[in-house]
Design a binder for this molecule. Sequence first.
Ligand SMILES: Nc1ncnc2c1ncn2[C@@H]1O[C@H](COP(=O)(O)OP(=O)(O)OP(=O)(O)O)[C@@H](O)[C@H]1O
Length: 303
Amino acid sequence: MQTNRLDAQRLTHTYGEGQAAAPALADVSLSIGADGPEAVAIMGPSGSGKSTLLHVLAGIIAPAQGTVVWRGRDLATMRDGERTKLRRSDFGFVFQSGQLLPELPAVENVALPLMLGGGSRGAAEAQAGTLLHRLGLGGMLSRRPGELSGGQAQRVAIARALVGSPGIVFADEPTGALDRSTGGAVMSLLIGATLGHGASLVVVTHDPEVAAACSRIVRLEDGRIVSDEPAAAHDSAATAAPTGVQAPSYDAPGPASVPMHVPHEAPQPASYGAARTDAQVANPMQRSAQPDAQQQPWIEVSR
Ligand SMILES: Nc1ncnc2c1ncn2[C@@H]1O[C@H](COP(=O)(O)OP(=O)(O)OP(=O)(O)O)[C@@H](O)[C@H]1O
């Protein structure tokens, strides 16, 4: 069986060139999932390179130097189409907000990755419905994102990230647009559901409470790792989480009603980026739909 292990070695990345050069990562090395599924928080001041690191680990940005190896395969040695396919099959993504297709009901938003992977609509929607039920959204399958609270929408996004049974889930400020109590509930759900599926979670956050709910905290400053430690055991919800694939018990708490926020803007991709943009496709369930490519980085097809 393949281990869901991600190894990053000596990552360096700079945006732009010459006088416009903005160093973002400097000699960053870390392994995730080496000893089984874990929840890793990436923290640090604004501009310290957190999102860049997440995007490099997820194969969205090619590092200037260094390697990212997933399940023993160096992402840089893959063809663009292979890497795109891998991101769709092995990785899940949860962003701050704005990642759902507004014209689709919740169940179709969650079913979409399975359909893009070649699954039939019926089977994909059945699987999506089961997962949404487990996440406490059984009564909301037919609601569109605009008819959901912010917390409910993030639970749909979590379901969509997990529906393809990824080996690792990347989350960038997943609770940043939610109030504290809704954010706490969504975070517990994200950690519990991800580890319950046997996947690791890498979450970029500014929130110490979110980080404390993880099992490990990596801190960045000026693009460098300045500490990489277990979260305090008594603070960590993730330390009590199962380390094998088990049926997760993650009954969601009642949703709070919060407004949707402006989508988080992700850093622009470097050399992997061309493939990523070219590979984005319109929603196959509704041919007239034109998702905003920058807001829908998870919608990809292999070439
Ligand atoms: N697309 C881009 N083009 C040029 N520079 C960029 C780009 N994206 C990020 N940077 C720069 O790279 C550095 C790291 O940015 P990054 O977004 O990774 O930091 P961050 O820690 O996630 O910040 P924040 O907490 O504010 O989201 C910053 O100096 C930033 O200005």
